[in-house]
Design a protein around this ligand. Sequence first.
Ligand SMILES: Cc1ncc(COP(=O)(O)O)c(C=O)c1O
Length: 292
Amino acid sequence: MAWVYLNGRILPLEEACVPVTDRGFLFGDGVYEVIPAYGGRLFRWPHHLQRLQNSLDGIRLANPLSDAQWRDVLEELLVRNREEAGADNDQAIYLQVTRGSAPKRDHCFPREIRATVYALSQPIPPPDPAIARDGVAAVTLADNRWSRCDIKAVTLLPNVLLRQQAVDAGAAEAILIRDGNAIEGTSSNLFVVRDNRLCTPPKSDYMLPGITRDLVLELAADNGMACDETEIRAASLPQAEEIWITSSTREIVPVTRLDGRTIGTGEPGPWWRKMSELYRDYKTEVRAGRAH
Ligand SMILES: Cc1ncc(COP(=O)(O)O)c(C=O)c1O
């Protein structure tokens, strides 16, 4: 049975309900985080907490819990859902904060309502071996999202439609193009290897600052892999030696086909293999409590 946290209580998933007047339901007026936990230990917790705070600030909503309260809630969930998680005890937490429920549907912020706070943890499924063997296909699509993509808002309709367009085209992800630049995927950040350097677009209001992205940059810098935060022209993507997408749930995924064309050799490349090993080793350190 899966346990969830809702507004101060831990309860079975089936019993967790929010009113239909919740502004998350009516307006998508809320933010969320996705946080992996390896061996029951929160991964990059300070980074996720800071991004949650930035998202809450971005929608002008006070953080309903203190740092310590967040940690207590999430660690309690990890313990409650431990049994389902298998030997490694790897789980992914989803947490969401909405502006809460008000009797009258009105765009402007209601006064004196309590935020709705929801969290659940679920086992992380084992990686699909086909991804390491073959990589995945991606397509490029015009980025038609808003201009505050740095906020991790629950309002994800453009991302949903763009991802479905990619899936309908037989691809795993859409790489989004704005003003001729590749920005990120619908739920992932973007890396490109070219001229013996690892490149990723710089942070901006048009991109979610991925926690995985930052870790990949850190690991690259610590291990002598030359890397740049620089604009990536969409027109240059077909000539990339390697393309990767990164996210907390998918980790680092090699893109070997883009818009029906082969990227590099058509197989996951040496830079990806090296970074996957570094990332795997980092997770081992987290499980052992030597890194976070
Ligand atoms: C739009 C978008 N970009 C990037 C990411 C990757 O972020 P993270 O590495 O923190 O999971 C996500 C994650 O869901 C996302 O939704």
